[in-house]
Design a protein around this ligand. Sequence first.
Ligand SMILES: [Zn+2]
Length: 170
Amino acid sequence: MYIILSVFSGLPHLHLCLIFKTAHNNYFNEANWIPMKLTPEEWCHQFISAEIPLLPPPSRSTWYKKQKEYRKNVLDFMIHSCSEACVVDGKCSKRFPKPFSLTDQVSDEAYPIYRRRAPAKSEEERRQNPELYGETEDKISRGLNRVIDNRHVVAHNPFLINKYKSQLVN
Ligand SMILES: [Zn+2]
């Protein structure tokens, strides 16, 4: 089911509910071909990201080209920048910037907290444990030069953002 609305920009705006069907939340370990039960966090992580994609060292590989394009799509379409449309009583009604979180956290009683890793304090710190830290990007927004980190990333499905190259919100 979907609904198409007209928004402030005059462009059509689609609300579409997608439900991903999996076989009882199981997946197969490729090495052993044994069904494994996913935790809610692992299941969520398969479909949703709320981080600036990592850009690997430049190369001619297809992986590098795809990852570069994915990063550009996230920075172009999925960075929340507050404006009169979202600020109520001096606060963002969409609750940006979101808190940093080292992992996805899923609960029955609250909205999920997506993995949004904080940037490293130094390049040395990042080199020692790269899996612990998120990316940053300098971006000019509303005439101001801002350093964007994962707190500003709108949760998205990487496949859909790369396919449709527009703002897609989970
Ligand atoms: Zn806002």
